[in-house]
Ligand binder design. Sequence first.
Ligand code: 5GP
Length: 158
Amino acid sequence: MAEDFSVPWAPGVRVLYGQAALATRVAELGSRITADYAGRALTVLCVLKGASLFTADLVRAIALPLRLEFLGVASYGSVEDIVDTGLTLRFLLQALVARGCRSVRTCALLDKPSRRVEAVTVDYTGFVVEDRFLVGYGLDHEERWRNLPFVGVLERSP
Ligand code: 5GP
């Protein structure tokens, strides 16, 4: 199965979640969000850049009228890509509440609970992952690999 292996142009990246696994999980998250938000006003806020590809797929899996917004945050220095320490998500939640949002739920494709330093709740999680550096499907390493169609572990930097 092609999904078990890396692609020739990214030899240092091992596939963790292939296209089929991602599509299945995103469809499940979309169905849950559709059920939970039926009859309510929904704005999806995508955190750039890492969550961009995930969000593009997720919003198409939500069968409701919604608004789509984008927001940039500088990390290491909601729809999230990865929740790691939780600092980014905590900051975002506080900022949204301070600006008058009455209800905020969080959705992350990937959650690394072992790295958490801030106690944040992720309401919709795609996959719980170990402490590995992941790339692809929007996630980068030094701005590369966002266009890999799968989520992979960066084993060595080519
Ligand atoms: P936190 O504030 O939760 O520590 O950091 C979350 C952010 O760190 C993510 O949105 C992402 O930008 C970055 N990050 C954390 N872990 C990884 C990873 O494994 N791969 C990549 N590409 N980015 C990560």
